[in-house]
Design a protein around this ligand. Structure first.
Ligand SMILES: [Zn+2]
Length: 194
């Protein structure tokens, strides 16, 4: 594979980028070679400095992340989400000021993704050692997100947790990441208790 094709191949590995877009990006980068090389070499270097927060699982430069170490936030409510991109989407609404716990995916038995592959033990440790009075489950409205919700509801209610679920209004099969801010704020505000 020549260098240009290697570049196109690498770009096409990014989510949402097909071969055509990868070729267009490749030409763009070559047209702006100097600035692109400078920008991307800096970015690639900083990727290596990004850690995973040992508390919530968020990507961060400092561990614990700024959210976990912000004592102005509500320490009594824990929002459980599937991935980092949902944290970003919820933070952008400004409608939630509690803590987060990122599972690292959702249950998907068909792809062999069971409870052991998610950060569930970490969640149970946090609930045992923290001062949470409420757990808000905000998994995605997909088949996998719903089965994860049912699984969590089951194990958390045994622990005596007060559980709430992000309200509907987000279409089934949708994702929190791509839900508009207004709908997501409404869904957070009108959560229901189980
Ligand atoms: Zn954190």
């Amino acid at each position: 594979m020549d260098d240009f094709n290697k570049l196109v191949y690498s770009l096409s590995k990014l989510p949402g980028v097909g071969r055509k877009s990868a070729v267009r990006m490749g030409y763009y980068l070559l047209d702006h070679k100097e600035s692109a090389v400078e920008m991307f070499s800096n970015v690639i270097e900083s990727i290596q400095n990004i850690k995973t927060c040992s508390v919530c699982g968020n990507y961060c430069s400092e561990d614990p992340c700024p959210i976990c170490s912000d004592h102005q936030r509500d320490m009594s409510i824990l929002c459980i989400i599937e991935s980092q991109s949902e944290l970003l989407a919820i933070e952008e609404t400004g409608a939630y000021k509690g803590q987060y716990h990122i599972l690292g995916g959702a249950l998907d038995p068909l792809s062999g993704k069971g409870p052991d592959s998610l950060r569930i033990n970490e969640l149970l440790d946090r609930l045992a050692n923290g001062h949470f009075t409420e757990v808000l489950i905000a998994t995605n409205p997909t088949v996998e997100g719903e089965s994860t919700f049912l699984y969590l509801q089951n194990i958390l209610s045994e622990k005596g947790c007060r559980i709430s679920r992000i309200a509907t209004g987000i279409p089934m099969g949708g994702s929190l990441e791509y839900t508009d801010k207004f709908t997501l704020s409404k869904a957070l505000a009108s959560k229901h208790y189980l």
